[in-house]
Design a protein around this ligand. Structure first.
Ligand code: K2U
Ligand code: ZN
Length: 173
């Protein structure tokens, strides 16, 4: 298990659509493992493969926040939304690739997702609440879409400028 560096916006790898997982290789298993470790360490409730520079359709998620409840680490490959509620919910989203920036995003409040599991089987689940928001946020990453793409051009540009400064300052060490 290795902590992987999380790419920071703007980065071309965060804007590219990712390739489907065609074979569950040891590399894919190792990436999923590292992504879960990196997500918990951040901390976050989700992490998509492009955020660690792997342009594959794979994300991990664990939205269990209550320390009394058993964690539910999930690895979803080639995920597809097969149903979304008409009902919408506004959530103040963040992103591990856009640190310390938050904005309201409106999304369907419930989604049904089908995906390929590490066991090689197809799975389906009905997500609500933070799980639904997170799954949609992660699936956007697989299409090269960031939550700031839902904001006005001005707001998006302000956030991008802040991230460019953050990267300059980090490069300076
Ligand atoms: O993809 C990511 O950058 C991980 C996000 C996933 C996420 C964003 C917005 C809403 C739900 C999930 C990280 O978990 S950001 C940290 C965080 C933690 C709890 C709630 C919201 C955001
Ligand atoms: Zn994100």
């Amino acid at each position: 298990m290795t902590l992987r560096p999380i790419l920071i916006h703007p980065d071309p790898r965060l804007k590219k659509p990712c390739e489907p997982v065609t074979e569950i290789t040891d590399e894919i298993r190792a990436a999923a493992d590292d992504m879960l470790e990196t997500m918990y360490d951040a901390p976050g409730v989700g992490l998509a493969a492009p955020q660690i520079g792997l342009l594959k359709r794979l994300f991990v998620m664990d939205c269990v926040k209550d320390p009394e409840t058993k964690p539910r680490p999930m690895v979803l490959m080639n995920p597809e939304i097969i149903w979304a509620s008409d009902d919408r919910k506004i959530y103040e989203e963040g992103c591990l690739s856009i640190p310390e920036q938050y904005a309201e995003v409106t999304r369907p409040s419930e989604v049904k997702v089908r995906w390929l599991g590490l066991d090689g089987a197809l799975h389906e689940d009905h997500f609500v609440g933070l799980w639904a928001t997170c799954a949609q946020h992660e699936m956007d990453h697989l299409d090269g879409k960031l939550f700031i793409d839902y904001l006005s051009p001005l707001k998006r540009q302000l956030i991008t400028r802040k991230m460019e400064k953050l990267k300059r300052d980090r490069a300076r060490g």
